[in-house]
Design a protein around this ligand. Structure first.
Ligand code: PGA
Length: 250
């Protein structure tokens, strides 16, 4: 049985006071709930604050990006060892905003994935198609390629402790969500691809959906057999909205 996983991607939002308030509210009502694993991904500069605030909490925290390099002359970068040092247990990789705005290639994402696996930080690999690719019926192909390159570089075992987030680019921050059926079809396809390499990994890996998830659409998405949770952007910045998404899982 796969555990449900809800990840809040705060993106470049928040400040000390807002983070404090948001986390206080979330952890107060969440901590008694064992069913769902909850992770928040603040901007890295706030990781120390979040690590202190979540010291006795079951809520975990992750980074939104990491360097593939161990250490050294990489101005502005953060290493896996630094994240580990602060108790960070997840890292988002290959988010479309990083692929598009920072021109991250599949190869760079694979290097980061490898670095995360080695540091025992769970990589959350984000994959997804553009609207044009969906309209040209290339969705499965695009996603299969985004996953294949990681399998080639890191090996299928790299997915043993990884998460995959299906995030159609046309649904991110747009208010438009993939239908539950569209999400299910892609999630099932992802599992089929992994099953060609390792049946256990394909059965056990958490595949979560992201793209305009909110309290209203979460329940129908979570009802799908292969949707194990959500990667939530905008709605993770409001405690009530985020908690309502978590509740929708039950
Ligand atoms: P959204 O973002 O929920 O605001 O669409 C999701 C994401 O980018 O991870």
């Amino acid at each position: 049985m796969r555990q449900a996983l809800i990840i809040g991607n705060w993106k470049m939002n928040g400040n000390l006071a807002e983070n404090d308030e948001l986390l206080n509210t979330i952890s107060k009502s969440y901590d008694s709930n064992d069913e769902i694993e909850v992770v928040v991904c603040p901007p890295s500069i706030y990781m120390a604050q979040i690590s202190q605030q979540l010291l006795n909490s079951k809520i975990k925290y992750g980074a939104q990006n990491v360097s593939a390099n161990r250490n050294g002359a990489f101005t502005g970068e953060v290493s896996t060892a630094m994240l580990h040092d602060l108790g960070c247990s997840y890292v988002l990789l290959g988010h479309s905003e990083r692929r598009c705005l920072n021109h991250e290639s599949d190869e760079q994402i694979a290097d980061k994935f490898s670095a995360a696996v080695q540091a025992e930080i769970t990589p959350v690999l984000c994959v997804g198609e553009t609207l044009t690719q969906r309209q040209s019926k290339e969705t499965f192909l695009v996603i299969a390629e985004q996953i294949s390159i990681i399998i080639e570089e890191v090996g299928i075992k790299g997915f043993e402790h990884a998460v995959i987030a299906y995030e159609p680019i046309w649904a991110i921050g747009t208010g438009e969500t993939a239908s539950p059926e569209q999400a299910q079809a892609v999630h099932a396809q992802i599992r089929r691809q992994l099953a060609e390499h390792d049946l256990n990994i394909s059965k056990n890996i958490q595949v979560i959906y992201g793209g305009s998830v909110n309290a209203d659409n979460a329940k129908a998405l979570f009802a799908q057999q292969d949707v194990d949770g959500a990667l939530v952007g905008g709605s993770s910045l409001n405690a009530d909205d985020f908690l309502n998404i978590c509740k929708a899982y039950n």
